[in-house]
Unconditional design. Structure first.
Length: 367
């Protein structure tokens, strides 16, 4: 294998595939990227057995071939190369490649190609196309509600649903819930898939704001193809809960409030809250105001009032402060309407002017 490739392009490709290189690989080849060269095109592939990423780009290929190269070393070698063009040559009779850039020449030992796992082959049941920007926005609004607890593995991902009405993403962790849908895509070929959190985090980093995204759904895998890249992930097994059972049909208290004002107040209150699940703040709603108060023996106390448009009953309620901040940030709107369902019921938060999204947050017991 002998190739020449532009440094900037090659580095971008390496940064994309590095998302699925495991930190602690169970076999040595998983720490590498598979470089394949043929017909003036190169392809990089990484695979951690649960998720794989493939990206292709233009190159000058003098001699085709393939090699598995340690991802970290190769990425840093390319990043630190002085010239804008990089040459890579597979050394004959040796498990190594030569990387040359200007006067710099480096030899990097390669990993066993035969140990690098083959990409999953799965029967594609359905395929859908939608704008990258739309799907990225949907992911951004629900990802915060994905569970990090392994007690219910199916909740460590988001439910991706296709129906005659819309495309929908849903996530919940037992305390938070988020649901975003779009009528952009309607289909008579319905499908459901629970996409793991790792794949969602990677898609948020990789998807752009232009061009289309093609989503393929199979029995145990899903694929996401965009530009010259393809991400394939194993799907989570299990029955995802029906979220309708968690959504109250009526509210007792409703406020309309500036998202940034309330968010900033919560950030200030969080300064005196304990970290983690113990970090709660009290909210008193009355007389056209919401009062945010928090205190801890170790850090101090905070009190702040914010004007709101109030309908319904006065209310005193307590929430985990960090969870409430995530709810507000995910709304991505100047104003939100929040419906409260009593002291021990959930609140439902919706962006003003956006009818295709809501999030839900359960309170903590008043102390």
């Amino acid at each position: 294998m002998i190739i020449g490739v532009e440094k900037e392009l090659f580095l971008q490709m390496l940064q994309i595939v590095s998302h699925s290189v495991p930190l602690k690989p169970i076999i040595s080849s998983l720490a590498g990227v598979l470089l394949q060269a043929d017909e003036n095109r190169i392809q990089l592939t990484s695979n951690n057995l649960e998720l794989s990423i493939t990206v292709a780009g233009k190159a000058t290929v003098s001699e085709p071939g393939e090699a598995v190269i340690p991802a970290k070393i190769l990425t840093e070698a390319v990043r630190r190369s002085p010239n804008e063009t990089i040459s890579i040559k597979q050394l004959s009779g040796r498990s190594a490649i030569s990387l040359q850039s200007g006067s710099v020449q480096m030899e990097i030992l390669t990993l066993p190609t035969e140990e690098f796992p083959e990409l999953p082959v799965f029967s594609l049941q359905q395929s859908y196309t939608l704008p990258q920007a739309l799907f990225k926005d949907m992911l951004r609004q629900v990802s915060f509600a994905i569970s990090t607890e392994e007690l219910r593995p199916v909740l460590t991902g988001a439910l991706l649903s296709f129906s005659e009405e819309n495309i929908k993403l849903t996530a919940l962790d037992g305390f938070k819930l988020a649901c975003r849908w779009s009528s952009y895509l309607k289909t008579d070929k319905p499908a459901n898939a629970v996409v793991p959190a790792k794949a969602i985090r990677d898609l948020l980093k990789l998807l752009g704001d232009d061009d289309q995204l093609q989503i393929g759904i199979g029995d145990n895998y899903a694929s996401f193809e965009f530009a010259d890249a393809r991400l394939v992930t194993r799907l989570l097994e299990g029955k995802f809960p029906d979220i309708q059972q968690f959504i109250p049909q009526q509210y007792q208290t409703q406020i309309v409030v500036g998202s940034d004002e309330l968010w900033q107040a919560m950030e200030r209150a969080a300064l005196v809250c304990k970290a983690g699940a113990a970090g709660s703040a009290k909210f008193n709603i009355s007389n056209g105001k919401i009062a945010v108060s928090a205190q801890s023996m170790e850090l101090g106390r905070h009190y702040e009032e914010i004007p709101v448009q109030l309908a319904g009953d006065d209310l005193e309620i307590m929430y985990n402060i960090r969870s409430f901040i995530e709810v507000l940030r995910s709304a991505q709107a100047p104003e939100v309407v929040i419906n409260f369902h009593g002291t021990y019921g959930p609140c439902i938060c919706r962006p003003v002017g956006q009818e295709d999204y809501f999030s839900l947050l359960m309170p903590v017991r008043l102390t």
